[in-house]
Ligand binder design. Sequence first.
Ligand code: PMV
Length: 324
Amino acid sequence: MKVTATAPSNIAFIKYWGKKDETLRLPENASISMNLSNMNTITTVEFSGKYKKDSVIINNKRNKKDKERVIKHLNRIRKISGIKEKAKVVSETRFSIGTGSSSSAAGFAALSLAGVKAADFDMSEKNLSILARQGSGSACRSIPDGFVEWLKGKNSKTSYSYSLYPASYWNILDIVAVVNKKKKEIKSTKGMKNAKTSSFYKTRLKRINSKIKFLKLFIKNKDFVSFGHLIEAEALELHSIMLTCNPYLMYWLPNTVLLMHLVRLWRKEFPVYFTINTGQDIHIIVEEKNKDKLLNKLKKVKEIKHIFINKPSKGARLIKNHLF
Ligand code: PMV
């Protein structure tokens, strides 16, 4: 059967950084995110006896490393569903891959949903998120709708994501300012392995549950200023861990730092905050009512190569238009 799914990328407000189980991708801490309406992946999967081997085409290219990771995921789907046939996978991501925009989150969420349905297998949202998590940790947060929490869990069955609130709950935006289209040098998977070498990592883990409690309260109350302060401090804490591990990681480029300063300056006029993942691009979070104010400011920054305007979005879902 041929099935197509689309899934959003997501931006973490409380970040996932560090695994307690590498193979199962079990996180050291819980995390909280929002799905992004304008950064999606579309994936078509077909299992069929006519295919002699698995084939994987991502953005019109065949890449050996990506293929291996996708085939591993197809094998998980084959194991769960009992299907034996080989598959053809075609995937399109319409935003820069590997620059810290969590393209693997969108990719593995779409692949999980399309793959399971193409194998004619039924799965709950919870189990789909457990499956997606094994492809890429943050992908489990792209399965449910809107604002999402990924529970740390004690084992594979208890580490999954669920929706805290639907996309329509809160009119906030994530405006991503792309400052460089170059791929990041160190992928999250590799970067995370060294988290423990930072002497601040233990302290982070000790405080993270209380941070999560506060963040959930601020989202519940739609208290944008408290929310913004917390997520910006959280992003800076994540990057402090990266900067103090061995060997250290520095994802920021000069223009990333320029934008961090500008956001702080603009904050004198209206509430606006930033967060950053493993990449040079900056996610600027603003209430929808201040969208035009922010866009007017961004227009004047010549260092920005591209912007994506994201509303909160639904999670992974099936669509009718196949890619092949
Ligand atoms: O799931 P990965 O391997 O793409 O790691 C995601 C890491 C961060 O983006 C920095 C944080 C997060 O929770 O998304």
